[in-house]
Ligand binder design. Sequence first.
Ligand code: MN
Length: 225
Amino acid sequence: MYNAKQIPPVLLKSAEINRKNGENDFVLLPLFFAEEALEPYIGRKTVEFHYGKHLAGYIDNTNKLKKGSDFDRMKIEEIMLASDGKLFNNAAQVFNHYFQFEALKPAGQGASTPSGELKNRLEKAFGTLEGFQTKFSEAAVGLFGSGYVWLIAGKNGELEIVQTKNAENPMMEGKKPILNLDVWEHAYYLDVQNLRAKYVENFWHIVDWEKINERLARCTPFKPF
Ligand code: MN
């Protein structure tokens, strides 16, 4: 059952502003960049459908399913952690998609790399940055069916890679996500068809490491929740 103490600090800035003024409905935020901004790594058509159709659909369904219920005024992450069935599936997908899209950066801005505390913690957990990327990529390619791969901060700040199925989110197990990758086919099929490994390779070119660093900072000092 829902227990406010189980809700971790807000890790997703989007969700805080993701409502119409004075109303309970979530809205689709304007995309954080132009639809073609991720090319050649993720194509305009994929972004158009993934953000503009799939995410929009999850938002519409969440609004319909929560209307008039105890969930109606909750934040998206609160709904995700307190609901089950169809409402859970849709609310979790809203969270998971915003979480990924807000951590992508336009390809034209050039690739960045992890730095500072994030770099230190990645090296502590995985030996090297390359070692981290290899393990994360293997987890993404190896996940059977639909789901996500996550980089999460454990209760003492230790970083781990976890896989989740379908709409599931590591926050359900008290873990704090700082990076995710959607490996549902709708995320890559228009671009690379069945070649999920190519999609994962492309992903590394457009990760916004500044954002991941910010999220890690918001997780500290890693108090249990
Ligand atoms: Mn998706």
